[in-house]
Design a protein around this ligand. Structure first.
Ligand code: APR
Length: 273
C-alpha cells in the first residue's frame, strides 16, 4: 500500500482501468464466478443479440427476467469507496481518466468526469440507423422496468420489441437499441481510440476488479505496460494481468481503495510526494 501511494503521488498521469469487481460491493453482480450474471444467464443465450433473439422466441419471460435483473441492480446501486476514491483522486488531479468495461454509471456518480466507457452505457440508447445517442437516465430505465410487462411482444422479433421499449430515434425515426456492446460486436470507435491513447500516455495504471480475459478490452493494461507505466492490480483473485503487475493488492476493491485513499491523504505521505 505504501509503495502504491508513493507511486500515485509521483505519477504525472495516473489512469484507472476497471471491471465488474469494482462495482461488486455496490451490489452489482460480476459476470463470471459463482453467482455471476453469466452463471444465471449463460452468455451464449443472453450475452449476444442472436442468442437473445432466439431465447425471445422460445422463452420471452426469461429474457424479461434477465433485463429486469440487470436494470434493477443498476438502479439500486450506489458508488462504493472505490468509486469515491477514484473521484477524489481525479479532484486532486492525480487521476486523469477512468477506462471502464462497466456499463453502470457508478464512476460518474462517484465524482469522475473523464470516464471512457469502452463497453457502452446501460442508461443510453442508440439509434441502429443513424447512431444518435439518447441519455435515458435512471428515470428512463425505471420506465422500461415498468413497461416490460405491459409489452406482450410474443408476436414481434426481439429487436423490434426492444425498439418499442426504447422508442424511436428523435433524429431519423430509426429503431433504438441499448448503447452497450454485446459479444461479437465492435467496440465504440471513439471510446476505444481514447482508451488506447490514455493507456499509452500514462505512467501508472490502477487495474481494478477485472478478470482480464475479455478482448480487446484486456489489451489496455498491456499497452500501458509496454509504454513504461507501473501497473497496480487490485483484485480479490489472481488474473492473467497479475503477471504484468508492478504491485498487487489482493482484496475487495471498495475496502482497499478506501484504505489507499486515506493513506494518501495523510500528511506524512503527502510529504513523501
Ligand atoms: N473487489 C475486487 N475484485 C473483485 C471483487 C471485489 N469486491 N469481486 C470480484 N472481483 C474480481 C474477480 O476476481 C474477477 O477477477 O473482479 C473480476 C470480475 O471479473 P468479470 O466478472 O469477468 O468482469 P470483467 O472483467 O469486468 O468482465 C469483462 O466481460 O462479459 C463481459 O462485457 C462484459 O465488461 C465485461 C467483460
Amino acid at each position: 500500500m505504501d509503495q502504491v501511494v508513493r507511486g500515485l503521488l509521483r505519477a504525472k498521469k495516473a489512469v484507472a482501468f476497471t471491471g465488474a469487481g469494482i462495482s461488486a460491493e455496490s451490489g452489482i453482480p460480476t459476470f463470471r464466478g459463482e453467482g455471476g450474471v453469466w452463471d444465471k444467464y449463460p452468455p451464449s443465450r443472453f450475452g449476444n443479440l442472436l442468442g437473445l433473439s432466439w431465447e425471445w422466441l422460445v422463452n420471452p419471460g426469461r429474457v424479461k427476467d434477465f433485463i429486469k435483473d440487470v436494470l434493477e441492480a443498476f438502479l439500486q446501486a450506489q458508488p462504493n469507496p472505490a468509486h469515491l476514491a477514484l473521484g477524489r483522486l481525479e479532484a486532486l488531479r492525480i487521476l486523469k481518466s477512468v477506462i471502464t468495461q462497466n456499463i453502470d454509471n457508478l464512476h460518474e456518480k462517484g465524482g469522475c468526469h473523464k470516464v471512457i466507457k469502452i463497453h457502452g452505457s446501460l442508461d443510453r440508447a442508440r439509434c441502429s440507423r443513424c447512431g444518435a445517442l439518447r441519455l435515458m437516465g435512471d428515470q428512463g430505465l425505471r420506465e422500461i422496468v415498468q413497461n416490460l410487462e405491459m409489452r406482450k411482444g410474443r408476436r414481434v422479433g426481439f429487436l423490434k420489441w426492444l425498439g418499442y421499449l426504447l422508442g424511436e430515434c428523435e433524429s431519423c425515426g430509426g429503431r433504438m437499441r441499448p448503447d452497450i456492446v454485446f459479444f461479437y460486436e465492435a467496440l465504440p470507435m471513439d471510446a476505444w481510440s481514447q482508451a488506447m491513447a490514455e493507456a499509452q500516455s500514462c505512467d501508472l495504471m490502477l487495474v481494478i476488479g477485472t478478470s482480464g480475459i475479455v478482448y480487446p478490452a484486456a489489451q489496455i493494461p498491456f499497452l500501458a505496460k509496454r509504454a513504461g507505466a507501473e501497473i497496480v492490480e487490485i483484485n480479490q483473485d489472481v488474473s492473467p494481468l497479475s503477471r504484468i503487475a508492478t504491485y498487487r493488492i489482493e482484496g475487495p476493491a471498495g475496502e482497499t481503495m478506501g484504505k489507499l485513499f486515506s493513506l494518501l491523504e495523510s500528511k506524512n505521505f503527502r510529504e513523501w510526494g
